[in-house]
Each structure stands twice: as structure tokens, then as C-alpha cells.
Design a protein. Structure first.
Length: 662
């Protein structure tokens, strides 16, 4: 069979194995097609009903005018033939003869066709832009609802990539081809009627249709093959996009150049392209080989029909205009059938590709309230409790959080400690309900976190993640993003910038708080350093003024002085807020109310600094190693920075080691 094994993933109906399965297969086949086609019609209607009305009128006009034009041309030729043969006229008589009026009618019709074609092209371009807007907004609105877990799955990126790729032109192209199909059907019926009116030629249209059927079958077969080839090789297209994009990615181009990685990624691109192209080329060549053979057969049949009509004229049974009309009708019927086949196959293929959009928009969200009417989060200090919480990322087998039991009380300052990969950031994602636990549950004030309104939960937290956002908007907007649910407050923006130690560098920017950041859209956009971006991210958390502050390595890109100043600011400003830190610098843990030590996703120690140091366990070991290293640096710094009399030797500078700014 020509279809892939997973061909009917969408209809859930297997390909027919015998004649008894054919009706069920056809029902599913056409049911799926019309379902997808109806979705496109509704999409266009939502974009603008006028599009459908205009294109319907254009289709009818373009369908009837070719046959009318052919009949007028036939009458013109026959009139001229009779006049020349039997009764030549003077030039003056031409302007009162039937031929002159027929010529006027013919060229008025042609002018109208040009006008209508121009209108159709304009409508198609305008409608295309509006449909893109509608589809893009659908994708963006859907993305707003999707689980963060979806972004961890390659299959999701396949759906997203396919949906975005089809958003631009598929719906309006399918609609345009549908109306072209309608025009072609009308034109086809008109020419069939013309041939049927000639007693000698009524059978010719049946011959043309019979010759065209194999071409129709080949078209549908290869449209479906092409769809499956493109759809199920989305990974290879993503790889090609990634490899080609690496070389022009401004964030990593320096490293790519210094490490001489360009040829590596160019090689990878060529390797994946060759693999992708090989199968596609085979499909294209195979399809066109069939079309060449069928085209030769159709040409031979047309030659025979043309010869038969010429014989009728030669023996005086038809006029010269009749020859033009009937041969034109045969050619037009053949062209119409080719267009019908091609357009039907393209529409069918297009509706298959529209599945990409439909399935993306149907991606279910699971991080939702588990009760019909979610509860508002009360405006009061909160108690949060993890109860036997375990979690694994979608599509994986390993738990990254294992059986965590933890209670956070209002106003606590909590520090999460552990080596890389211990599960600290994942625990924060569960706390903020970006993910739901695989096992166990999280309580907010004694009630399951899943019972509360999701937006209310997000507003509880002022968060700075390790991979915080860098947005290509103004400085002020970057900060005010911390609380989009309330009106922008310029005074609060400036206060948050001062609290995060960002006000100083902002004051030196060309337009201060109105300075556009990143040179993506504005010529005067400013590129900030990593530390400056991090200060803006911290300012966002201050601006949010949320009940719970979460800081996931908030000072990783800052120097020690700036880091200490921000921690001091947090101590002053957090008031009675609950504050949760993740940091590898354990000096910030010494004043915390509770230190939680994580290892392999489990809580292995919990207590304040004195309690954990007295245990002589993992925290004690981590803190001691870091403190010893700090002391060695300090002694090394003093030894190499000053001479015997307390003066710094000429030309000497304090030495730094790679870890001085950890």
C-alpha cells in the first residue's frame, strides 16, 4: 500500500484490507476531509464574511465567461467566413454588421475579466494578511494557556513548528483554490454542454474524462505521500533551522567564531539536508514520471479528436468557426479536468496540513483548577506545605523530586542549598504551579494548590529565575512587567530600580527609563551586560510587591559588592514577606530562618545555620569548603597585593582566581 503505517493517526481508521473495509474507509476519508474543510470556511468567516461573498461572485463570473467567449469567437469566425465566401462588404458596412457588435461584446467581456481578476487578486492578498492575523492570534492565545510541561516535549515543538508554518498561507490558499475549483466546474459543465449539442461529438467528453482519471488518482496519492513526508520529518526541518540559525545568533556568535564551530554546524546542516532532500527528490521524480507518461497518452487522444473534427470541416459538415469552438472545448475540458484534479489534490493536501494547526489548538492544558469554580487566593499571609511530593519531567523515567515533605510559614526566610541538578529550581516550579506534582500534593493554607485560580497563584509570587527574560522593550516596561495586572506606576518603577541597584546605570542610558533595549527593532537600542540585565530582573521582583519573593540565583552575574547590596536590600524590604532563595553562595544562608539541603531531588537536611553546622552533615561540608576557599583567596590577595611596608609593589596587581566571583 502507498500510505504510511501511521497514515490514519487522525481518523483512527486503518487503511482498507479488503472490499468490506472500503465503505468505512471512504466514510472516514471524506468525513475527515469535510471536517477540516469546514474548519477553514469558519476560519475565513471569522476573518470577514465579505471575503466569501466576493470570492463566490468572482468564481461564478470566471466560470461562465470562458464558454461565452468561445461561443462569441465561433460566431465571429463563422460570420466572417460566410461574408467572405458569399457576399463581401464595403468597409463602411463593417460598423453596422453583426461581426462588429460581436467584437464589442467579446472585448467588453475580456475587460470585465481583467477587472474581476484584479479584484480577486486584491481580495486574496488582503484576506491573506487578515487570515494570518487571526491564525497567529489563535496560536498566541493558545500558547498563553499551554502547560509549561508542553515545552519540554519534542512532539510539542513539532506541532508548534507545523502550526506556525501553515499559519501564513494555507487557509486563504485552500479557499482560493476552492473557488477556482468552483469556477472550473462551471466552465467544465459549459464546455460539456457545447460538445453535447454537437451530435457528432457527444462522446468526446467521456473519452477525455476517462483519460484523465489515472492522473487524478496519481495526484491524490502523491499529495498524501508529500503531506506525510513533510509532517513526519519535522525534526529534520527543526535541525536544519537550528544549525543554520546558530551561525547568525548574536548571543552565541562570538563563541561560535572563537571555537571555530562554523564548519561543524555547516557540515551538520548539509548532512541533515541531504537526508531530507533524498526522499523528497525521490517523491518528486516518481510523481512527475507518472505525469509525463499520462501526458503523452492524453496528447495522443487529443490528436485523434482534433483530426476527427478537422475531417468534419474538410468534408463540409462543419464551418471553420465550429472547428475553433469544438477543438477549443476539447482543450478546455482537458485543461479543466487537469485543474480540477490538481486543485482537488492541493485542497486535500492543504486540509491535511491544516491538521497541524487544528491539533496544536487542541493541545490540552492540564495545569488548570481541579474544581469548576476556582477559589481566589485570600489576601493574607500563607502557609505552604509539600506533602510527599515527587515529580518527573514529561517523557522521562527519572524522578527529579522525590518524596519531599516541607512546610513554609509566613514571613520565613528560606534558602535552598544543593549541588547542580539537586532539584532546587524544579521545586520552585512546583511551588509556583508551573508544573503539577507527579505524586503527592502541595497545600496552600491547608487546601490543595490546584483548587485556586491560577492567575491568583502567579500573582502571589515575585520571581527571578536563573533564565530570566530579556525583553526588547524599554527599561521602564522591562521593570513594570513584574505586575501587569495593575496600572503602570512610574514612581514604583524608579523605586524598584533603586532597590535593585539598577538606578545608577539606568541614569547613564541615552533616554534613561525610556531607552529601548536590545538592537532588534530600534537603531538606538542598547545592549546591556549580563549583570545589568540581572539587576532589571531583580527590579521586576521588587516592583511586583508580591506576598512571596522567590530568587533563583538572583545575583549570579553580579560582582560581590553588588550582590551584597541586593541581599541587604532584600533584608530591609521584605518586611513580613516569605522569601525563598536559591544560591550557591552560602554566606546568604547564615541569617536564614530555614535552610533546606537538597540532594538527588530529596530533602536530606533542614534547619537554620547553627543547627545544620552542629550536625556536621552535608551543609557543614559545603559551607566549610566554601569558607576555606574564601580564606585562601583572602590570604593570597593580601600576600600579593602589598609590599613589606604595606605598599603595593610597583606594577603589581592583586591576582584573581577563576572562582573569585562565584
Amino acid at each position: 500500500m502507498w500510505w504510511p503505517r501511521h497514515d490514519f493517526e487522525y481518523t483512527k481508521v486503518p487503511p482498507p484490507k479488503n472490499l468490506r473495509d472500503v465503505p468505512r474507509f471512504l466514510k472516514a476519508f471524506f468525513g475527515g476531509f469535510f471536517s477540516r474543510f469546514w474548519y477553514i470556511i469558519k476560519l475565513i468567516w471569522r476573518t470577514g464574511p465579505w471575503i466569501l461573498f466576493v470570492m463566490s461572485g468572482v468564481a461564478i463570473f470566471q466560470g461562465i465567461t470562458p464558454a461565452i467567449s468561445s461561443v462569441i469567437s465561433k460566431d465571429i469566425l463563422n460570420e466572417l467566413h460566410l461574408v467572405i465566401q458569399y457576399e463581401p462588404k464595403t468597409p463602411a458596412e463593417f460598423f453596422t454588421a453583426n461581426v462588429f457588435y460581436l467584437l464589442i461584446a467579446l472585448f467588453v467581456l475580456r475587460i470585465l475579466r481583467r477587472i474581476v481578476t484584479s479584484i480577486n487578486n486584491s481580495v486574496r492578498r488582503i484576506a491573506g494578511e487578515r487570515v494570518v492575523r487571526v491564525v497567529k492570534l489563535q496560536i498566541m492565545e493558545k500558547s498563553k494557556e499551554l502547560d509549561i510541561a508542553s515545552y519540554d516535549m519534542p512532539a510539542f515543538y513539532e506541532k508548534l513548528e507545523n502550526a506556525n508554518r501553515e499559519a501564513g498561507n494555507r487557509p486563504i490558499t485552500i479557499l482560493s483554490e476552492t473557488f477556482t475549483l468552483i469556477s472550473t466546474v462551471i466552465e467544465f459543465a459549459s464546455y460539456i454542454a457545447i460538445l453535447a449539442a454537437a451530435p457528432e461529438l457527444w462522446w468526446s467528453s467521456l473519452v477525455i474524462i476517462a483519460v484523465s482519471l489515472p492522473s487524478a488518482i496519481i495526484n491524490f496519492i502523491y499529495r498524501r505521500k508529500n503531506f506525510h513526508y513533510v509532517r513526519f520529518r519535522a525534526k529534520e526541518r527543526r535541525q536544519m533551522n537550528y544549525y543554520s540559525g546558530v551561525l547568525v545568533n548574536k548571543d552565541i556568535v562570538k563563541e561560535v567564531r572563537m571555537l571555530d564551530l562554523s564548519d561543524f554546524f555547516i557540515g551538520r546542516y548539509k548532512e541533515v539536508f541531504d537526508k531530507y532532500y533524498k526522499g523528497l527528490r525521490r517523491l518528486i521524480l516518481s510523481e512527475h514520471a507518472w505525469h509525463v507518461g499520462l501526458g503523452i497518452l492524453a496528447s495522443l487522444i487529443n490528436f485523434a479528436l482534433y483530426s476527427f473534427i478537422a475531417l468534419q470541416v474538410f468534408t463540409g459538415k462543419m464551418l471553420i468557426g465550429d472547428y475553433t469552438l469544438y477543438t477549443g472545448a476539447i482543450l478546455s475540458i482537458a485543461t479543466c479536468i487537469t485543474t480540477l484534479i490538481s486543485n482537488s489534490a492541493s485542497i486535500y493536501e492543504g486540509t491535511l496540513f491544516i491538521d497541524n494547526l487544528i491539533y496544536f489548538l487542541k493541545e490540552p492544558a492540564t495545569v488548570v483548577s481541579r474544581i469548576p469554580e476556582p477559589l481566589p487566593v485570600p489576601d493574607e499571609p500563607h502557609v505552604i506545605e509539600f506533602v510527599n511530593v515527587s515529580f518527573r519531567y514529561p517523557g522521562t523515567e527519572r524522578d527529579v523530586i522525590r518524596n519531599v515533605n516541607l512546610k513554609l510559614t509566613p514571613g520565613q526566610s528560606v534558602v535552598l542549598v544543593g549541588l547542580n541538578g539537586a532539584g532546587k529550581t524544579t521545586l520552585l516550579k512546583l511551588l509556583t504551579r508551573l508544573y503539577d506534582p507527579t505524586e503527592g500534593y502541595i497545600l496552600l493554607d491547608g487546601r490543595d494548590l490546584r483548587d485556586y485560580d491560577l492567575k491568583d497563584i502567579y500573582r502571589m509570587f515575585g520571581v527571578v529565575f536563573q533564565d530570566f527574560g530579556k525583553y526588547a522593550v524599554t527599561v521602564s516596561e522591562n521593570i513594570s512587567f513584574g505586575a501587569m495586572h495593575r496600572p503602570a506606576d512610574e514612581a514604583a518603577v524608579r523605586a524598584a530600580a533603586a532597590q535593585s541597584d539598577a538606578a545608577d546605570f539606568i541614569s547613564r542610558l541615552p533616554r534613561e527609563y525610556d531607552t529601548p533595549l536590545m538592537r532588534m527593532f530600534e537603531q538606538d537600542g542598547i545592549e546591556l551586560s549580563g549583570g545589568q540585565w540581572q539587576k532589571l530582573a531583580v527590579a521586576r521582583a521588587f516592583y511586583a510587591d508580591s506576598e512571596i519573593l522567590i530568587l533563583d540565583e538572583p545575583t549570579a552575574a553580579l560582582d560581590p559588592l553588588a550582590e551584597q547590596e541586593i541581599y541587604n536590600q532584600f533584608d530591609r524590604l521584605r518586611k513580613d514577606k516569605t522569601t525563598i532563595f536559591v544560591s550557591h553562595r552560602l554566606s546568604c544562608a547564615t541569617t536564614a530562618d530555614m535552610i533546606v539541603v537538597l540532594e538527588d531531588g530529596q530533602v536530606v537536611e533542614c534547619g537554620d545555620h547553627e543547627e545544620l553546622m552542629a550536625l556536621h552533615g552535608r551543609y557543614h561540608r559545603l559551607f566549610t569548603v566554601q569558607a576555606d576557599r574564601y580564606e585562601r583567596r583572602k590570604e593570597d590577595h593580601e600576600e600579593h597585593s602589598f609590599g613589606p611596608h604595606g605598599d603595593r609593589p610597583h606594577g603589581d596587581r592583586p591576582r584573581r582566581r577563576p572562582h573569585d566571583f562565584e
